[in-house]
Each structure stands twice: as structure tokens, then as C-alpha cells.
Design a protein around this ligand. Sequence first.
Ligand SMILES: Nc1ncnc2c1ncn2[C@@H]1O[C@H](COP(=O)(O)OP(=O)(O)OP(=O)(O)O)[C@@H](O)[C@H]1O
Ligand SMILES: [Zn+2]
Length: 892
Amino acid sequence: MRFERLELTNFKPYADAEVRLRDGVTVIHGLNGSGKSSLLEACFFALYGAKALDGTLEEVVTNGQEETEIELAFHHDGNDYRIYRRIRASGDRVSTVDCTLDGPDVTVDGARDVRRFVTELLRMDAEAFLNCAYVRQGEVNKLINASPSQRQDMIDDLLQLGKLETYRERAGDARLGVEDLLNSKRTLLEDKTDRIERKENADLHGRLNELESRLGEVDDEIERVESQIDEAEETKANAERVLEEYEEKTAEIEALDGEIEEIEETIREAETERETLRERITETRERIDDLESELETARDDAELEAATDEAIAARRDVLDDREADLEEQLSDLRVTQEGFRNQATNLAEKATTLENRAEETESDAAEAESDAATADRTAQEHEEKLESIDGEIDTVRDQFDEADVEPGTADGLREEIQSELSTARERVAELETELSNARERVAEVEELLAAGKCPECGQPVEGSPHVDSIDEDRERVAELETELSDARDAVSRLEERLADAEELREAEQRLAELENAKELREERLTNARETAEERRERAETLREKADELREQAAEAAEVAETKREEAAETRERIEHLEGKLETIESERETLSSIESTLEEIDELEERIDRHRERRSTLEELNDERRERLREKREARDELRESFDDDRVEAARENKRTAEAYLEEAKPELEGLEETRDELQNSIGGVKKELSELERLREERDQLAERVDALESVHEEAESLEQLYGDLRAELRQRNVETLEGMLNETFELVYGNDAYSHIELDGEYELTVYQKDGEPLEPAQLSGGERALFNLALRVAIYRLLSAGIEGAAPTPPLILDEPTVFLDAGHVSRLVTLVEEMREFGVRQIVIVSHDEELVAAADDLLTVEKDATTNRSSVRREEMPAIPSLAGDD
Ligand SMILES: Nc1ncnc2c1ncn2[C@@H]1O[C@H](COP(=O)(O)OP(=O)(O)OP(=O)(O)O)[C@@H](O)[C@H]1O
Ligand SMILES: [Zn+2]
């Protein structure tokens, strides 16, 4: 067997790692704590699971991670296998959630099954693997310190000698089982023999004979009693038959008596019923008489000639006719009444309308009167105004009288004065111009004269002609001034006169206006007066009209009253007729009651007939019954005469005697039968015991045979037990010898110094080291390094023994050494290298060693370097490229 590939995820310090392991010697090296041992542990754990751990499952999961995966591929006996494990930590629990082993044509699931499979496959469990193949760090003293019996167990177990012990134990168990069985069978056999002896002593056959003869006697006695009982029973039966017959006849007579009584009773009942019916007929007849007298009275009331259906029908016709007639009259009257009522209503309405109109007309009249008054007041106002206008006109006329001008001429006068005034004003203007001119000339001349010059020619004044005219001119100015003043006076006078004339003209206009106003007023006055007159007349007319309307209204109301009265009269007549109709109805009812009385009478008559019929039927029935009664009485009398008192008495006596006998005999018989049953039981019991005895004898014979057989099986088991024990001892002895040889060989090879001569391993697995001088030494007394070598030698020896012993069937697992050089000095390390090479030669294909030792490293076929990252604290593994591999064997 050899490991091929290991793949780890979150296993201890490894986050992710993959290692391939090859044949030959693989050395794993690296610093302390880098994870070397963990790699080996991983392989071991992959194979055996939790069993392979020193601690708990929890430790394999990298701190802080939740899941760990391990995959190990290995080769064994020509096949490839692969184990996969997945461990999950959730909360406080750590468990294997997945565990599978795949091999050729096989898949195993579940940690337990995988472990079993691996144990089976490698022929060693985890413990055995540790004892031979995997030398764990620090387990140097394990085998040395073990007690001989522990050592024996370990080695026996490895060499499968344990199985022989198991077989021996099983044989021992079987022997003990047989022994138990044998003992119990022997006891049984003794018991049986005892019981047979006891039974043989009891004289069962003698008892049987005696019982059988007694049974014969009892049977005879039973037979005798039974025949007597039969006789008595026959006598009893005969007597009973006679008595029965007698009883039957008595019963028959009783039955006939009963029937006779019944018939008599029926006849009596029928007679009673007939009597009752007769009484009913009388009662009914009386009732009919009463009804007929009632009928007579009713017929008179209803004016009927006869109380017959025909008369009633005729009377009904008359009543129908009368009713129809009355209905007709009534309907006419109702129409009339309705007419009167309508007229009364209409007239009352009309009266109201007229009354309203009269009121309206009166209010119109009042309105017209008030209008007339208003018009009168207006006329008076106009009159007053006219008076004031007349006053004003007089004042204006007085003005004209004063001016002595005829009104209407003022205009012509004004025009005349106007033209005189303009002429006068022209004269003034002319004079003013002339005066001005004259004055200028005077002024001019005076200026020239003052200057000495002629005013006309400019020549010096002395001698100028013109100077002479100045006086004339001065006169002319004076003249003109006088003339102008006169002319101006004339203008003033004319202006005054014009103003007067103007005034008059205005007065004239005012007068015309006043005359106009006066005319207008007068017209309006006339109008007002006319209006007043007209309104008064209208009021008069309206009042007359209103009176007329009132009269009409009164008339209409009167007529309405008359109509109402007429309507009331008609109502009375209607009521009267309705009364008559009611009378007809009551007459009809009377007729109906007569009819029903007639019907009742008929019915009563019928009832009488029925009663009579029933009576005669009853009479006939009773006649028949009397006939039957007679017959029954005869039959009964016959029966009474037919039996004999003496015979009955004899039968009674016989029956009593037989019964008395039977009463005594039956218990006797019962007693006999009981005795017989007891005897039979006893006989059965004795016979059973006899057959029991037979059976016991048979059983005893069988048991005796069985005990013989068991005794021989016991012997066989004993010898088998012995055989296994001997075999194991022998095998162990052989193994011990071989092991001792190999141990010495190996120890010599790895230690080989002059101090020790040899190691002894005795049959009890006691180890002793002998010094050269023959002194024995306990292995525990060796030095640390010596112990390490000794241990290694022992392991290797066991490993060799194992591989030799099992030969081919179980190819040896890889030899795994964890730090084997710790206690060794350099020389011994070289020997270890030699040992390793030896092992290779013995056929160990794969050797894995954890070591720091340079020499071992140098001797490796494969070098794996393990490193731990200082920051992440995660380990990694790496294969060193090796130079051409020197042969290890060549080293030595
Ligand atoms: N569950 C774990 N999670 C993380 N790290 C772990 C876990 N278990 C162990 N370790 C670490 O792994 C290392 C131990 O590894 P291992 O024993 O394989 O080292 P080594 O190389 O064999 O050391 P030495 O040379 O001292 O024997 C320690 O540093 C330890 O802290
Ligand atoms: Zn280590």
C-alpha cells in the first residue's frame, strides 16, 4: 500500500494544499510548527477518521473556519482508492458530514463503514497501524514501557493471533454450554427414572380390574331401575290422555256456554236499539208537527196561497217584478235628485258671482266720485290764476294810456324815432368833422404866424395874402361849435324818446303773452269742469248698475234655495222606495225559511223511514239469532251427558300413583349414574397413568441417548479448546523467536556497539537487553537515544515480521517516521539512513520521514518543504526539485 496524493482544505494550519507522494523515501522538512506532522496526521486521519486522532475532531478544523476537507488517494494490492472526508463545525458541534471511499467496483459511505472497510483492507485498525507503520513523534517509549501482556496483545493482534484466542474462547464457551445442557439433562433423566419407579410400585393393573367389576354391577342396577321407570311413565301417560280428553270436552262446553251468552247479549242489545229507534221516531214526528205549525204562520206572513214550491216560485216572480219596478223608479229619482242638486249649486255660485260684481261696480263708482272732486279742485285753481292774469293785463294797459299810444302802434313809432335819430347823429358827425377841420386850420395858421411865416405859402408873413382869413376862420369855429351843441341836444332828446318807444314795445309783447295765457287757462278751466261733470254722471250710472246686480244676486240665491228644497223632497221619496225594496228582501227571506222548513220536514220524514227500516232489520236478525241459540243449547246438553265420572276418577288415581313412584325412582337413578360416572373416571385415570408410565419410559430412553451424545460433544469441545490454545502458544512461540531474531538484527544494524551482546524476547514477551558481560538490563534503563533506537528497531522488526508473516496478502503500508532523529547523534543518523535503505530492500515501497536532519534530507528521493506564512499563519507544502538522485544504498 502507498499514498499517492493528499489534498487538504482548512486542515489544521493548511488553507489549501496538495501533495503528491511517490515511491521511495520522502523527507518532509521545515521549521518548527510549520505543519510537517500535520501532513502525516492528515494521511492517518484520512484512513481512520476520528479514531486516528489523539484529541477531538474539532482540532482538525483550521481555527476560525467552518469546514475542513481531506482527500487521500492511495494504491493498494493493485487497486486505486480515494477517501474523501468533509468535517463541518457549526456552533459547538463538529461532525463528519461527508465520508466516502471510492475504489474499483466499490463505494463506501459513512465514517464507520469507511473505517471498517479500511481496517479490513489493510488488515489493521488504527491502533495496529500506529504500532507498526506510523511512529508518531514522542511515542518512542510506547512499546518499551508497555507491560508484557500489553505487548503480547499488540503483537498478537497484529499477527492476527487474537483470532485463535477468540476461537479457543468460543470452543470454551461451547464446552460450557454443553456442560450446562448435559447437567440439566442428567437431572431430568434422574427425575424421570424416579417417577417411573414410583408408578411401577402403585399396582395400577390390580386397581383397574377392581374398578371394572364394580362398574358392571352398577350398570345392571341402572338397567333395572330404568325399566321400572318406563312402566310408570306409560301408566301416567294413559291416565293423562283420559284426563286430557275430559278437559277438552269441558272446554268445549265452556266455549258453547260463552257463545250462548254472547248471542243472548246480542239479542238484548238489538232489542234495546229497536226501543231507542222507536223513541226517536216519536220525537221526530213531534218535531215535524212543530215545523208544520211554524210553516202555517210563515205562509200567512208571506202571503202564500199554499206552502208549496210552486206557490213560492210564483210569489218570488211577483216580488222580482215589483223589485225591478222599484229599482227603475229609484234610478229616475236619483237622476232627478242629482239635477236639483247641480242646479242649486250652480245658482248659488251665480249669486256669489253677481254679488262680487256689484261690489266691484260700487267701488268703481266711488272711484269716479273721487275723480270728480279732484277735477273740481283743479277748476278752482284755474279760476284763481285767471283773476291774477286779468290784474296784470290792466296794469299794462294803463302804461299805454299814460303814453297815449294805442297798443299795437309802438313798433311804427319806434322806427320813426329811430330814423330821426340816425339823421341827427349824421348831422353831429358832419359838424364834428367840419369843426375839427376848422380848428386844425386855425391852429396851423397860428403856428405859422408864430413862426412868421405864411400859413399858406410859407412865405414870410409880412406881405402874404393869406394871413387875412384867420379871423374868418375863428368865427367859423365859433359858429360850428354852437351848431354842434344844438345838434347834440337834438340827438339826446331823440335817444330818450327811442327808449320810451322800446319800453312800450316790450309792454306790448307782455300784453300779448298775458292774453295768450289767459286764453289757455280758460280752456283748461272748461276742461276741468267738463271732466268733473262727466265723472259725476259716471258714478251715478255705476251706482245704479250695482243696485241692479245686487237685485239679480238675491234672485239667484232665492232660486238656489228652491232647488235645494226640491232635491231634499226627492231624497225623501228615494228613501221611501228603498224601504219598500228592503221589505221585498225580507219577504224573500221568509220564503227561503219556508223552503228550508219544508226541506227539514222532508228530511225528518226520511229519517223516520230509515229508523223503521232499521227496526224491522233488527227484528229479522234477532229471529235468526234465537234459532242459533236453540241449536247451541242442544249441542251443549248433549256434550254434558256424554262423559262418565268413574272413569275420570280412576285415571286421576293412576296418575297420582305413577307420579309418586317416579319421584322416588329418579333420584335413585341419578345416584346410580353418578356412581357409574365416578367409576368410569377412575378407570380413565388409571388408564391415563398407565399410558403416562409408557410415555415416561420412552422419554427416559431418549434422554439417556441424549446424555450420551452430549457427553461425546463435551469431550470434542474440550479437545478443540485445547487445540486452539496449543496452536496459539505454538504460533506465538514461533513468532516470538522470529521477532527476537529480527529485533536483534535490526538493533545491531542501527546501534551496533560493543556494549550490548543481544536482546532477549521470551515467550511471555518479556524484553531483556544483555550486555557483553552477560548482565541483563531492563530496556527502560537504556539512555534516551538508545531507547529511541531500541524502539525503532522493535518497530521495524514488527513491521518486518508482519510483512513476512502475511506475505503478499497484505502489502505493507508506508513506513512513517515522525522526527526519528531527535535523540540521535550524527553517527546513528547514518545508521538510520542505512536502516531506511534496508527497509526498502525488505519491500517497503514508501517511506515518509519528517526530519530536520541534513543527512536524512540528503538521502531523500523526494523532498517536501513545509513553510508557514508569518502573516497569514497558513502553511504550504512544496516539492524541492532534486538533483539526480543518488542511491541511498550507495551511501553506506
Ligand atoms: N486547528 C488548527 N488551526 C490552525 N492552526 C493549527 C491548528 N492546529 C494546529 N495548528 C498549527 O499547526 C502547527 C503545528 O503543526 P505541526 O505539529 O504539524 O508542526 P511541525 O512542523 O510538525 O512542527 P515541529 O517541527 O515542532 O514538530 C502549529 O503552529 C499550530 O499552531
Ligand atoms: Zn513536527
